[in-house]
Design a protein around this ligand. Structure first.
Ligand SMILES: Cc1cc2nc3c(=O)[nH]c(=O)nc-3n(C[C@H](O)[C@H](O)[C@H](O)COP(=O)(O)O)c2cc1C
Length: 181
């Protein structure tokens, strides 16, 4: 079973990448899935100008991304809240693909520096993913005060709390994976 974690923030000094590392560690310890992080900061995608299937000269990074999403049994999206929504870096890559997202089980891990833990992002992101044809898990992994919640290496002082939420996200995602088989 393959799971891709998309780490969305490309911001200098970003804090949410620690969540992607935490979830990958949790997946490696607690599941049989082969889990990989797609780090959008590292990938450095150009600004969207056309969907991959319509590109005359296919962008190498987009082709790789297409294969990774297509072959994944599930995708976990780690997104910060920027002005009540998700960052442009994430929309930039979701729009690149279409067929690859169909019925794809997707788990959301959303964070903000405030008390609301990125709750406002959910509505926009769930609708976007529903509209494109993915299956978004109801269980979500929310992180408040993200600047202090996770260290750069993905460790946290609230391991018990976040382990519980990672388990609940994964159990819900697994349901969708099995439903797809
Ligand atoms: C452009 C921008 C807009 C933001 N808007 C919000 C917001 O609406 N609500 C909130 O609670 N935090 C907001 N924040 C704080 C971010 O959620 C926080 O800085 C988080 O660490 C961003 O993720 P990142 O560090 O991985 O980029 C904003 C941050 C940025 C950079």
């Amino acid at each position: 079973m393959k799971v891709q974690i998309i780490s969305s923030s490309i911001r200098d000094g970003r804090d949410t990448h620690g969540i992607a590392l935490f979830l990958k560690n949790w997946m490696d310890k607690n599941t049989d899935a082969e889990t990989n992080i797609i780090d959008l900061k590292e990938r450095n995608f150009p600004l969207f100008h056309e969907r991959l299937s319509f590109m005359k000269e296919k962008h190498e990074g987009a082709v790789k991304f297409s294969k990774e999403i297509d072959e994944a049994d599930a995708v976990i999206i780690v997104s910060p809240e920027y002005n009540g929504s998700f960052p442009a870096s994430l929309k930039n890559v979701i729009d690149l693909l279409y067929a690859e997202w169909q019925k794809k089980p997707i788990g959301l891990a959303i964070a903000s520096s405030g008390d609301m833990a990125g709750a406002q992002v959910t509505k926009d992101l769930q609708f976007l993913l529903y509209k494109i044809g993915a299956h978004v898990a109801k269980a979500r992994f929310h992180v408040a005060h993200v600047g202090t919640a996770f260290k750069e290496d993905g460790s946290t002082e609230n391991e018990e709390f976040y382990n519980k939420h990672a388990k609940s996200l994964w159990e819900n995602l697994e349901w969708f994976i099995k439903a797809n088989q």
